[in-house]
Design a protein around this ligand. Structure first.
Ligand SMILES: [Mn+2]
Length: 433
C-alpha cells in the first residue's frame, strides 16, 4: 500500500500537495491529519469525497510499503505515523520546501527546493508529464499555491510558482472558489484579537527595521490567528511582527516578515518551530518559558542578523558635492548638468543650509532669477538619515516625504548622500558587473 501524508495543523499547501501526490500516483491514498487549519477543515467538509483521502486511524500500517511525505521533513509534525518510523523496509519519498535543515525524515527520494509552495514542485512534475487536470483538482492545487505564496506576492515566491499557477489556470482552476476559501470570513473573536493587538503593540527598531511585538492572553480558543497576524503586520506597518499568544497550556509564537533580511523560519527554529523566510510559528509549553523571555531571544537573534543586512552606508554616494548659499541658480544648473546629478547640497562650512534640486530650477519665471543665489530658492527642511539605517528605511522616508535626496549624517557630520537612484540600484541590483 502506498500512502501520502503531511503535517498536523494542515494548511492548504499541505492538503494540495497530498492531493497532487494522489493524482501523480493514482494507486496512492492521501492521509490527512485530524487537526487541520480551519479553512482546510471547511473545504474538506464539503469536498472530502471528491478525493482519495482517509484519516490516520483508517490506515492499515502493516500493509504500507511506501510513504510519501509532503510539506514537512519532520516526524513529529506527522499525525500518528510513529509505527512507520521504525520500519527499515519502508520506502520514503519526500517533497518539501522548508529549508531550515532540521528534518529527521530520511528519504529514499528527495525533492526539496527553495520555492514558494510545495505544491508547485508537484505541479512541475505534472507539467513535465503533460498531464491535464480537472477543474476541481486544479482549484485545490491553486488554493494551496496562493495561500503559501500570498497570491504570488511573498518574497519566497519563485518564477516556478508563477508557472505552476499559469498551468493550473490553464486547467480551469476556479478563482471564485479559490477566493472563497482563501479569505475566510472574520468572526467576532478574531476582530477582538485584532483590536487587542492594535491597542498594545510594542514597536522597536532593530538594525534600522521597525519590529512589532504583541503579547496577548487568550481567554478562549481563537482560530486563524496566523491570518490575523499576517494582516496586522501590514496595518502596524512594521518590517516584521511577532505575536505571542498565551493560554493555560501553551505559548504560541507567530511571526511574519515582509523583508528578505528577516528570516522568520530561522527564528522560530530556536523555539522548536519552523516556517519560511516570510512566515512561521512555534509553540512552547506554558511554564517552560515566559513571553518576556521569548521576546528577548527574538530581539537578540534579530540584532545578530545584522552583519548580513546591507545598510545605508553601503549604498550611499560620497564624497558629497556641495555649494555655498551664494552660488547662483545658473551655476547650480550648470553643475547639475556637468555632474549628471539632480540635487546639490548647500552648505556653509560643516553646516547643511539646504538643498537645491532640479525641480527648483523649474520654478524660475524671470530671466534675472538665474543670477539669484540658490539660498533664495533652496529647500531648508532637510531630512537626514543615519549610515546604519536600512535601505528600506531610506526608501520609506523618501516615499513618505516625497524627497529624492537624504544626507547621511554621522556624529553631526555629513558623510554621504542617498539618492533615489542609489535606492533603486540597490533594489533592482542594476549595478554594472
Ligand atoms: Mn508549504
Amino acid at each position: 500500500m502506498l500512502i501520502a501524508t503531511t503535517h498536523k495543523n494542515t494548511d492548504f499547501d499541505a492538503l494540495a500537495s497530498v492531493i497532487a501526490v494522489t493524482i501523480l500516483y493514482p494507486e496512492c491514498t492521501g492521509v490527512i491529519p485530524k487537526m487541520t487549519n480551519k479553512n482546510v477543515g471547511q473545504f474538506l467538509s464539503t469536498h472530502k469525497n471528491a478525493f482519495n483521502l482517509i484519516l490516520p486511524n483508517e490506515v492499515k500500517f502493516d500493509e504500507v510499503s511506501k510513504l510519501i511525505v509532503v510539506d514537512t521533513d519532520q516526524w513529529h509534525r506527522l499525525d500518528r505515523m510513529e509505527k512507520l518510523r521504525q520500519r527499515e523496509d519502508l520506502t520514503i519519498y519526500l517533497w518539501d520546501h522548508h529549508m531550515a535543515g532540521r528534518g529527521d525524515i530520511k528519504a529514499d527520494r528527495l525533492c526539496k527546493e527553495r520555492i514558494g509552495a510545495t505544491v508547485s514542485l508537484l505541479v512541475r512534475e505534472m507539467r513535465k508529464r503533460k498531464m491535464s487536470l480537472n477543474a476541481l483538482d486544479s482549484t485545490v492545487l491553486l488554493i494551496g499555491l496562493y495561500e503559501d505564496t500570498g497570491h504570488l506576492t511573498y518574497p519566497s515566491t519563485t518564477s516556478e510558482d508563477a508557472r505552476a499557477a499559469a498551468y493550473l489556470l490553464d486547467n480551469e482552476a476556479d478563482l471564485n472558489v479559490a477566493g472563497f476559501f482563501l479569505n475566510p470570513p472574520y468572526e467576532e473573536t478574531q476582530k477582538d484579537i485584532l483590536f487587542e493587538m492594535m491597542k498594545k503593540t510594542e514597536k522597536t527598531t532593530i538594525n534600522g527595521q521597525a519590529i512589532g511585538f504583541n503579547i496577548i492572553h487568550l481567554t478562549q480558543k481563537v482560530t486563524n490567528l496566523a491570518t490575523i497576524v499576517s494582516m496586522y503586520r501590514k496595518i502596524a506597518n512594521v518590517a516584521a511582527l511577532f505575536a505571542i499568544f498565551i493560554d493555560d497550556k501553551r505559548l504560541t509564537i507567530i511571526g511574519r516578515s515582509g523583508i528578505e533580511q528577516i528570516n522568520i523560519g530561522q527564528i522560530m527554529a530556536m523555539f522548536g518551530g519552523g516556517g519560511h523566510a516570510g512566515a512561521g510559528s512555534a509553540t512552547v509549553k506554558n511554564g517552560k518559558t515566559t513571553a518576556a523571555d521569548i521576546k528577548e531571544k527574538i530581539t537578540c537573534a534579530l540584532a545578530q542578523q545584522k552583519s548580513e543586512s546591507p545598510v545605508v552606508a553601503d549604498i550611499m554616494s560620497f564624497p558629497v558635492f556641495t555649494i555655498s548659499p551664494e552660488t547662483t541658480m545658473r551655476q547650480a544648473q550648470n553643475l547639475m548638468i556637468e555632474k549628471n546629478i539632480r540635487g546639490i547640497m548647500v552648505t556653509c562650512g560643516d553646516a547643511i543650509e539646504g538643498i537645491i534640486v532640479g525641480w527648483d530650477l523649474k520654478k524660475l519665471k524671470k530671466k534675472n532669477q538665474w543670477e539669484s543665489p540658490v539660498k533664495a530658492f533652496m529647500s531648508r527642511d532637510i531630512i537626514t538619515i543615519s549610515p546604519t539605517d536600512s535601505p528600506t528605511t531610506a526608501a520609506r522616508i523618501m516615499i513618505e516625504n516625497d524627497v529624492g535626496h537624504l544626507p547621511v549624517i554621522q556624529d553631526k557630520v555629513m558623510i554621504g548622500i542617498v539618492t533615489r537612484t542609489d535606492v533603486l540600484t540597490y533594489y533592482y541590483d542594476l549595478l554594472p558587473g
